[in-house]
Design a binder for this molecule. Structure first.
Ligand code: AMP
Length: 377
């Protein structure tokens, strides 16, 4: 299958005039969480969450963290960054966890700037770690200390904290950071903006020297780079910011999916991207009808465009997309020619176009300058 995609890509990339359309060659991404060497309890939990495909930050960060290397990740909230560090942390701690060893000691500390983020991260650990047998707790200011100190006293593996309350409870002797193996500094640039930098340094000073440090930041101003230099060891630097922001260009991704999983994969992609308007291209009217019906059944505001629709139905569908009453359009190549959808930001080739011209039409017909293109097969 990959071979067929490669042939296709070669054909597309050698086609004259394609260079302006395709900034970089197609990426073949045989993406699945199974390919990331994750353990069964985590894979099972991700299935429950409905995650099928790792996001770019997850794809890059998970193997690095599992190799026990330091990491400096440039990624924003919304890119799947939490799972990118939570999943490997759960895996590492699950593999070394010894239930016979008495009271749990904190092995991983995640410091994040706000209470909302702390809560969200706690929920993520609960979700991805539901079968891993680890304990975590979340601490933040503005609420009573008692439930937090009770949880700490009972023993936990993972602590998620905002800096102020963390230092407060450390000073009161509730928290011992000497067993930390994995330290995460989340939203480092925001931490800096909020004036937490000194608190962060005081926290890091209490960590063992021998540890793995993972820093995440949406931007990389000099003070963050300096912080990483000072407190990390040969950190690998990864970034997914460019991919998501783009430069008015089109980013292409090709993914290998077994035929029986295509529909499921398309649904996951739609849920994940939450594009304002998405176009899904199918090869035949039958396939359009089938996919459209499944999407509507699952609650997507979807319309269909194919040769079996009258001009009135076509006008109605296009108007619904322009008014944002519909967000997804399932179409055949012929039916989608010449339409103009300015808010289009995602195109999924549920079936690969027959040739390079069709590919160009699929993009060109949309009128969109910034299209995120995904190819499925
Ligand atoms: P975050 O960047 O960590 O705030 O995550 C943003 C959202 O993406 C959260 O609602 C996650 O549940 C969701 N998410 C993270 N990873 C995936 C994935 N691989 N597939 C689908 N959804 C995901």
């Amino acid at each position: 299958m990959v071979c067929r995609i490669n042939d296709y890509i070669r054909a597309v990339n050698t086609k004259a005039g394609q260079k302006s359309l395709i900034r970089k060659p197609f990426q073949i991404i045989k993406m699945s969480f199974e390919n990331l060497d994750l353990i069964e309890p985590i894979l099972r939990a991700l299935k429950t969450e409905g995650y099928e495909i790792p996001t770019p930050i997850q794809e890059q960060a998970i193997p690095i963290i599992l190799q026990r290397k330091d990491l400096l990740g440039c990624a924003q909230t919304g890119t799947g960054k939490t799972a990118a560090f939570a999943i490997p942390i759960i895996q590492i701690l699950h593999e070394t966890h010894n239930p016979a060893k008495g009271r749990r000691k904190i092995k991983s500390l995640i410091v994040t700037p706000t209470r909302e983020l702390a809560i969200q991260i706690g929920e993520s650990f609960a979700a991805y770690g539901r079968h891993a047998g680890l304990k975590h707790t979340v601490i933040f200011g503005g609420v009573g200390e008692r439930p937090q100190t009770d949880a700490l006293r009972a023993g936990i593996d993972i602590l998620i904290a905002t800096p102020g309350r963390l230092l407060d409870l450390m000073n009161q002797g509730y928290i011992d950071l000497r067993s930390i193996e994995l330290f995460v500094l989340d939203e480092a640039d925001r931490m800096l903006d909020m004036g937490f930098i000194h608190d962060v340094k005081r926290i890091i000073a209490e960590l063992p020297r021998e540890r793995q440090s993972l820093f995440f930041s949406a931007t990389m101003p000099k003070p963050i780079v300096a912080l990483a230099k000072r407190y990390q060891e040969d950190a690998l630097r990864i970034s997914t910011v460019g991919e998501d922001r783009g430069h008015g260009d089109i980013a292409y991704q090709a993914m290998a999916v077994s035929p029986s999983d295509i529909e499921h994969a398309v649904i996951n992609i739609l849920r994940y991207h939450e594009a304002e308007t998405a176009m899904l291209f199918c090869a035949t009217r039958d396939n359009v009808r089938h996919l459209h019906a499944s999407l509507v059944e699952r609650g997507f505001a979807a319309v269909a465009l194919s040769g079996e629709h009258s001009q009135n139905e076509r006008n109605y569908a296009l108007q619904a997309l322009r008014d944002k009453r519909a967000r997804v359009c399932v179409a055949t190549d012929v039916a989608a020619r010449g339409i103009d959808l300015p808010s289009l930001s995602l195109v999924v080739h549920v079936e690969i176009p027959r040739d390079a011209e069709t590919l160009q039409h699929r993009t060109g017909s949309t009128g969109a300058r910034r299209v995120r293109y995904r190819t499925w097969r």
